[in-house]
Design a protein around this ligand. Structure first.
Ligand code: SAM
Length: 340
Protein backbone atom coordinates (compact mmCIF):
# COMPACT_ATOMS: atom_id res chain seq x y z
CA UNK A 1 0.00 0.00 0.00
CA UNK A 2 1.17 3.55 -0.67
CA UNK A 3 2.60 4.69 2.68
CA UNK A 4 1.64 8.36 2.22
CA UNK A 5 -1.97 7.58 1.45
CA UNK A 6 -2.12 5.25 4.36
CA UNK A 7 -0.86 7.96 6.70
CA UNK A 8 -3.25 10.53 5.22
CA UNK A 9 -6.30 8.40 5.76
CA UNK A 10 -5.25 7.77 9.33
CA UNK A 11 -4.41 11.24 10.45
CA UNK A 12 -7.90 12.45 11.33
CA UNK A 13 -8.14 9.94 14.17
CA UNK A 14 -4.59 8.87 14.88
CA UNK A 15 -2.44 9.86 17.79
CA UNK A 16 1.30 9.65 17.48
CA UNK A 17 1.88 5.98 18.08
CA UNK A 18 4.90 4.46 16.39
CA UNK A 19 5.38 1.08 14.79
CA UNK A 20 6.47 -0.40 18.13
CA UNK A 21 3.40 0.82 19.98
CA UNK A 22 5.17 3.65 21.74
CA UNK A 23 2.97 6.66 22.32
CA UNK A 24 4.93 9.78 21.35
CA UNK A 25 3.71 12.66 23.47
CA UNK A 26 6.92 14.60 24.07
CA UNK A 27 8.36 17.17 21.66
CA UNK A 28 11.80 18.65 22.31
CA UNK A 29 12.43 21.81 20.38
CA UNK A 30 15.80 23.38 19.63
CA UNK A 31 15.02 27.04 18.98
CA UNK A 32 18.57 27.99 18.02
CA UNK A 33 21.81 26.24 17.13
CA UNK A 34 23.78 29.15 18.62
CA UNK A 35 25.34 28.93 22.02
CA UNK A 36 27.24 31.23 24.36
CA UNK A 37 29.36 28.31 25.63
CA UNK A 38 31.45 25.76 23.73
CA UNK A 39 31.24 22.68 25.96
CA UNK A 40 33.81 20.05 25.05
CA UNK A 41 31.23 17.26 24.95
CA UNK A 42 28.73 19.21 22.85
CA UNK A 43 30.47 21.59 20.46
CA UNK A 44 31.66 19.93 17.29
CA UNK A 45 35.33 19.66 16.29
CA UNK A 46 34.73 21.24 12.90
CA UNK A 47 34.01 24.93 12.63
CA UNK A 48 30.88 24.91 10.49
CA UNK A 49 29.15 28.27 10.79
CA UNK A 50 25.87 28.73 12.60
CA UNK A 51 22.71 28.53 10.54
CA UNK A 52 21.72 31.83 8.93
CA UNK A 53 18.72 33.39 10.61
CA UNK A 54 16.37 32.62 7.73
CA UNK A 55 17.14 28.91 8.03
CA UNK A 56 15.92 28.82 11.63
CA UNK A 57 12.23 28.21 12.20
CA UNK A 58 10.35 31.36 13.13
CA UNK A 59 8.47 31.37 16.42
CA UNK A 60 5.10 31.45 14.67
CA UNK A 61 6.12 28.41 12.63
CA UNK A 62 7.13 26.54 15.78
CA UNK A 63 3.86 27.47 17.51
CA UNK A 64 1.86 26.25 14.54
CA UNK A 65 3.69 22.93 14.63
CA UNK A 66 3.21 22.59 18.38
CA UNK A 67 -0.55 23.15 18.01
CA UNK A 68 -0.70 20.49 15.33
CA UNK A 69 1.41 18.17 17.48
CA UNK A 70 -0.99 18.76 20.36
CA UNK A 71 -3.90 17.66 18.17
CA UNK A 72 -1.99 14.40 17.65
CA UNK A 73 -1.31 13.83 21.33
CA UNK A 74 1.79 15.91 22.17
CA UNK A 75 1.35 17.02 25.77
CA UNK A 76 4.91 17.82 26.86
CA UNK A 77 7.33 20.28 25.30
CA UNK A 78 10.90 21.13 26.24
CA UNK A 79 12.67 24.16 24.82
CA UNK A 80 16.36 23.66 24.29
CA UNK A 81 19.11 24.50 21.82
CA UNK A 82 21.93 25.66 21.41
CA UNK A 83 21.27 28.04 24.22
CA UNK A 84 17.58 28.94 24.07
CA UNK A 85 17.91 32.06 26.21
CA UNK A 86 20.15 33.81 23.69
CA UNK A 87 17.45 33.86 21.02
CA UNK A 88 15.77 37.25 20.68
CA UNK A 89 12.11 37.21 21.63
CA UNK A 90 12.37 33.97 23.60
CA UNK A 91 10.31 35.16 26.60
CA UNK A 92 7.37 36.22 24.42
CA UNK A 93 7.59 32.87 22.65
CA UNK A 94 7.61 30.94 25.96
CA UNK A 95 4.61 32.95 27.04
CA UNK A 96 2.68 31.93 23.90
CA UNK A 97 3.71 28.32 24.37
CA UNK A 98 2.58 28.08 27.99
CA UNK A 99 -0.80 29.48 26.94
CA UNK A 100 -1.50 26.30 24.94
CA UNK A 101 -3.72 24.72 27.54
CA UNK A 102 -3.46 21.14 26.25
CA UNK A 103 0.24 21.16 27.13
CA UNK A 104 0.55 19.76 30.62
CA UNK A 105 4.27 20.48 30.77
CA UNK A 106 6.46 23.15 29.20
CA UNK A 107 10.05 23.16 30.42
CA UNK A 108 13.38 24.69 29.55
CA UNK A 109 16.97 23.44 29.33
CA UNK A 110 19.62 26.12 29.71
CA UNK A 111 23.29 26.45 30.50
CA UNK A 112 22.32 29.06 33.09
CA UNK A 113 24.50 31.89 31.82
CA UNK A 114 21.49 34.17 31.31
CA UNK A 115 19.44 32.79 34.18
CA UNK A 116 20.37 35.29 36.85
CA UNK A 117 19.40 38.32 34.79
CA UNK A 118 16.23 36.87 33.29
CA UNK A 119 14.71 34.68 35.95
CA UNK A 120 11.69 36.96 36.45
CA UNK A 121 10.93 36.89 32.72
CA UNK A 122 11.18 33.10 32.64
CA UNK A 123 8.83 32.86 35.60
CA UNK A 124 6.32 35.33 34.17
CA UNK A 125 6.35 33.42 30.88
CA UNK A 126 4.82 30.51 32.80
CA UNK A 127 7.84 28.20 33.04
CA UNK A 128 7.81 26.26 36.31
CA UNK A 129 10.67 23.86 35.95
CA UNK A 130 14.15 24.17 34.51
CA UNK A 131 17.06 21.90 33.69
CA UNK A 132 20.46 23.50 34.00
CA UNK A 133 23.73 22.06 32.76
CA UNK A 134 26.30 21.94 35.54
CA UNK A 135 29.14 19.55 34.92
CA UNK A 136 31.53 20.70 37.63
CA UNK A 137 31.66 22.66 40.88
CA UNK A 138 35.15 23.88 40.20
CA UNK A 139 35.67 27.27 38.59
CA UNK A 140 38.82 26.34 36.62
CA UNK A 141 37.27 23.14 35.40
CA UNK A 142 34.11 24.97 34.38
CA UNK A 143 36.30 27.13 32.19
CA UNK A 144 38.05 24.07 30.76
CA UNK A 145 34.74 22.33 29.97
CA UNK A 146 32.77 25.30 28.67
CA UNK A 147 35.47 27.65 27.43
CA UNK A 148 34.27 30.45 29.75
CA UNK A 149 35.11 31.53 33.29
CA UNK A 150 31.49 31.84 34.39
CA UNK A 151 30.95 29.21 37.07
CA UNK A 152 29.91 31.66 39.79
CA UNK A 153 27.57 33.46 37.45
CA UNK A 154 25.73 30.22 36.67
CA UNK A 155 25.70 29.14 40.29
CA UNK A 156 24.08 32.44 41.34
CA UNK A 157 21.43 31.81 38.70
CA UNK A 158 20.78 28.33 40.06
CA UNK A 159 20.40 29.63 43.61
CA UNK A 160 18.08 32.38 42.41
CA UNK A 161 15.95 29.83 40.55
CA UNK A 162 15.62 27.93 43.80
CA UNK A 163 14.56 31.06 45.69
CA UNK A 164 11.99 31.73 42.97
CA UNK A 165 10.46 28.29 43.59
CA UNK A 166 11.18 26.62 40.29
CA UNK A 167 10.49 23.00 40.98
CA UNK A 168 12.11 20.69 40.27
CA UNK A 169 15.43 22.21 39.32
CA UNK A 170 17.39 19.52 37.54
CA UNK A 171 21.15 19.85 37.25
CA UNK A 172 22.58 17.90 34.33
CA UNK A 173 26.16 16.69 34.50
CA UNK A 174 27.68 14.82 31.57
CA UNK A 175 30.07 12.39 33.26
CA UNK A 176 33.51 12.39 31.69
CA UNK A 177 36.37 10.18 32.75
CA UNK A 178 39.53 12.18 33.40
CA UNK A 179 37.61 15.45 33.30
CA UNK A 180 34.97 15.64 36.02
CA UNK A 181 34.91 12.12 37.45
CA UNK A 182 36.90 13.21 40.49
CA UNK A 183 33.85 15.31 41.42
CA UNK A 184 31.07 12.74 41.16
CA UNK A 185 30.59 12.56 44.93
CA UNK A 186 30.63 16.35 45.33
CA UNK A 187 28.12 16.88 42.53
CA UNK A 188 25.82 14.14 43.87
CA UNK A 189 26.36 15.57 47.37
CA UNK A 190 24.55 18.76 46.33
CA UNK A 191 21.36 16.75 46.77
CA UNK A 192 21.99 16.66 50.55
CA UNK A 193 21.81 20.42 50.94
CA UNK A 194 19.55 21.45 48.07
CA UNK A 195 16.27 20.01 46.75
CA UNK A 196 17.88 19.68 43.31
CA UNK A 197 17.62 16.64 41.08
CA UNK A 198 21.22 16.04 40.14
CA UNK A 199 21.46 13.90 37.02
CA UNK A 200 24.45 12.12 35.57
CA UNK A 201 24.34 11.62 31.81
CA UNK A 202 26.50 9.28 29.75
CA UNK A 203 28.45 11.02 27.04
CA UNK A 204 27.12 10.38 23.52
CA UNK A 205 29.44 10.99 20.57
CA UNK A 206 27.49 13.09 18.06
CA UNK A 207 28.72 14.84 14.92
CA UNK A 208 32.51 15.22 14.87
CA UNK A 209 33.21 14.83 18.59
CA UNK A 210 36.02 16.63 20.37
CA UNK A 211 36.31 13.86 22.94
CA UNK A 212 37.33 10.29 22.32
CA UNK A 213 35.81 7.22 23.92
CA UNK A 214 38.47 7.08 26.61
CA UNK A 215 36.38 9.76 28.37
CA UNK A 216 33.27 7.58 28.44
CA UNK A 217 32.10 6.82 31.94
CA UNK A 218 29.10 4.56 32.20
CA UNK A 219 26.35 4.72 34.79
CA UNK A 220 27.09 1.35 36.50
CA UNK A 221 30.56 2.62 37.37
CA UNK A 222 29.20 5.97 38.55
CA UNK A 223 26.67 4.23 40.81
CA UNK A 224 29.39 2.04 42.23
CA UNK A 225 31.59 5.01 42.97
CA UNK A 226 28.71 6.96 44.55
CA UNK A 227 27.71 4.11 46.80
CA UNK A 228 30.78 5.01 48.88
CA UNK A 229 29.04 8.33 49.72
CA UNK A 230 25.84 6.77 50.99
CA UNK A 231 23.17 4.23 50.19
CA UNK A 232 21.28 5.06 47.01
CA UNK A 233 17.61 4.53 47.75
CA UNK A 234 15.41 4.07 44.65
CA UNK A 235 12.65 6.65 44.16
CA UNK A 236 9.47 5.47 42.51
CA UNK A 237 8.95 6.83 39.02
CA UNK A 238 6.05 9.15 38.21
CA UNK A 239 3.95 8.71 35.07
CA UNK A 240 5.44 11.83 33.50
CA UNK A 241 9.02 10.84 34.21
CA UNK A 242 11.68 10.78 31.55
CA UNK A 243 14.40 8.18 31.17
CA UNK A 244 16.29 8.98 34.38
CA UNK A 245 16.51 6.24 36.98
CA UNK A 246 15.80 8.07 40.23
CA UNK A 247 17.52 7.63 43.60
CA UNK A 248 18.00 9.51 46.84
CA UNK A 249 20.63 9.46 49.54
CA UNK A 250 19.08 8.86 52.94
CA UNK A 251 18.11 12.18 54.52
CA UNK A 252 18.85 14.17 51.35
CA UNK A 253 16.62 17.04 50.25
CA UNK A 254 17.09 16.30 46.57
CA UNK A 255 17.53 13.35 44.27
CA UNK A 256 20.08 11.76 42.01
CA UNK A 257 19.17 10.60 38.53
CA UNK A 258 21.06 8.43 36.09
CA UNK A 259 20.57 8.72 32.35
CA UNK A 260 22.20 5.87 30.52
CA UNK A 261 21.66 6.07 26.77
CA UNK A 262 24.63 3.76 26.19
CA UNK A 263 24.93 1.26 29.03
CA UNK A 264 21.23 0.63 29.46
CA UNK A 265 19.37 2.36 26.70
CA UNK A 266 15.77 3.26 27.29
CA UNK A 267 14.63 3.18 23.65
CA UNK A 268 11.76 0.82 24.42
CA UNK A 269 10.17 3.58 26.51
CA UNK A 270 11.18 6.51 24.33
CA UNK A 271 8.24 8.90 23.84
CA UNK A 272 10.15 11.71 22.10
CA UNK A 273 10.27 13.55 18.85
CA UNK A 274 12.71 16.36 18.20
CA UNK A 275 12.20 19.51 16.21
CA UNK A 276 15.58 20.82 15.14
CA UNK A 277 16.51 24.48 14.92
CA UNK A 278 16.50 24.14 11.14
CA UNK A 279 12.95 22.83 11.09
CA UNK A 280 13.51 19.10 10.71
CA UNK A 281 11.56 16.55 12.71
CA UNK A 282 13.76 13.75 14.06
CA UNK A 283 12.17 10.69 15.61
CA UNK A 284 15.43 9.62 17.26
CA UNK A 285 18.28 11.72 18.65
CA UNK A 286 20.74 9.05 17.65
CA UNK A 287 19.67 8.46 14.06
CA UNK A 288 19.96 10.78 11.08
CA UNK A 289 16.46 10.10 9.78
CA UNK A 290 14.46 13.31 9.62
CA UNK A 291 11.39 14.83 7.99
CA UNK A 292 11.42 18.31 6.49
CA UNK A 293 8.91 20.55 8.26
CA UNK A 294 10.53 23.81 7.18
CA UNK A 295 10.30 23.04 3.48
CA UNK A 296 6.66 22.06 3.86
CA UNK A 297 5.79 25.11 5.97
CA UNK A 298 7.44 27.49 3.56
CA UNK A 299 5.74 25.95 0.54
CA UNK A 300 2.49 26.94 2.21
CA UNK A 301 1.21 23.49 3.03
CA UNK A 302 -2.00 22.80 4.91
CA UNK A 303 -2.27 21.66 8.53
CA UNK A 304 -3.33 18.25 7.30
CA UNK A 305 -0.04 17.83 5.45
CA UNK A 306 1.91 18.86 8.54
CA UNK A 307 -0.02 16.18 10.46
CA UNK A 308 1.19 13.67 7.89
CA UNK A 309 4.78 14.71 8.49
CA UNK A 310 4.36 14.12 12.24
CA UNK A 311 2.81 10.72 11.53
CA UNK A 312 5.51 9.80 9.06
CA UNK A 313 8.23 10.63 11.59
CA UNK A 314 6.45 8.42 14.14
CA UNK A 315 6.18 5.69 11.52
CA UNK A 316 9.94 5.86 10.93
CA UNK A 317 11.02 5.95 14.57
CA UNK A 318 13.57 3.17 14.94
CA UNK A 319 13.13 0.49 17.57
CA UNK A 320 16.43 1.47 19.14
CA UNK A 321 19.54 3.46 18.46
CA UNK A 322 22.70 1.91 17.18
CA UNK A 323 25.40 3.83 18.97
CA UNK A 324 26.92 0.81 20.67
CA UNK A 325 27.65 -2.71 19.50
CA UNK A 326 29.90 -4.12 16.82
CA UNK A 327 29.07 -1.68 14.06
CA UNK A 328 27.81 1.52 15.67
CA UNK A 329 26.37 4.14 13.34
CA UNK A 330 27.69 7.64 13.76
CA UNK A 331 25.19 10.43 14.11
CA UNK A 332 25.84 13.47 11.98
CA UNK A 333 24.56 16.95 12.72
CA UNK A 334 25.18 18.95 15.83
CA UNK A 335 23.72 18.47 19.27
CA UNK A 336 22.98 22.19 19.41
CA UNK A 337 20.82 22.11 16.30
CA UNK A 338 19.15 18.79 17.06
CA UNK A 339 18.53 19.82 20.65
CA UNK A 340 20.01 17.83 23.53
N1 SAM B 1 22.42 25.15 26.15
C1 SAM B 1 21.57 24.34 26.96
C2 SAM B 1 22.32 23.60 28.01
O1 SAM B 1 23.55 23.68 28.03
O2 SAM B 1 21.71 22.95 28.85
C3 SAM B 1 20.67 23.40 26.17
C4 SAM B 1 21.28 22.61 25.08
S1 SAM B 1 22.33 21.30 25.59
C5 SAM B 1 22.68 20.55 24.00
C6 SAM B 1 21.16 20.21 26.34
C7 SAM B 1 21.72 19.06 27.12
O3 SAM B 1 22.44 18.21 26.26
C8 SAM B 1 22.64 19.46 28.24
O4 SAM B 1 22.16 19.00 29.46
C9 SAM B 1 23.94 18.79 27.89
O5 SAM B 1 24.58 18.37 29.02
C10 SAM B 1 23.51 17.65 27.00
N2 SAM B 1 24.54 17.20 26.06
C11 SAM B 1 25.13 17.93 25.11
N3 SAM B 1 26.03 17.20 24.43
C12 SAM B 1 25.98 15.96 24.95
C13 SAM B 1 26.66 14.74 24.66
N4 SAM B 1 27.55 14.68 23.67
N5 SAM B 1 26.36 13.64 25.38
C14 SAM B 1 25.44 13.72 26.38
N6 SAM B 1 24.77 14.84 26.69
C15 SAM B 1 25.03 15.94 25.99
Amino acid sequence: MDETLNLKSLNAYTKLIDGFNRRLNYLRISITDRCNLQCIYCASKDFAPYLPHKEILRYEEILRLVRIGVSLGISKVRITGGEPLIRKGVYGFLNELTKIKELSDVSLTTNGILLKDNIEKIKSAGIKRINISMDTLNRQKFKKITGHDLFHHVWEGIELAQKMDFNPIKLNAVALRGINDDELADIAGLSYSYPFHVRFIEYMPIGIPRLNISHNLLIPEIKKRLSASGKLIPVEKGINDGPAERYKFEGAKGEIGFISPLSHHFCNKCNRLRLTASGQLRPCLLSDYQEDFKGALRKGCLDNELCDIFLSAAFHKPLEHNLVGNKPTMVSGRMSSIGG
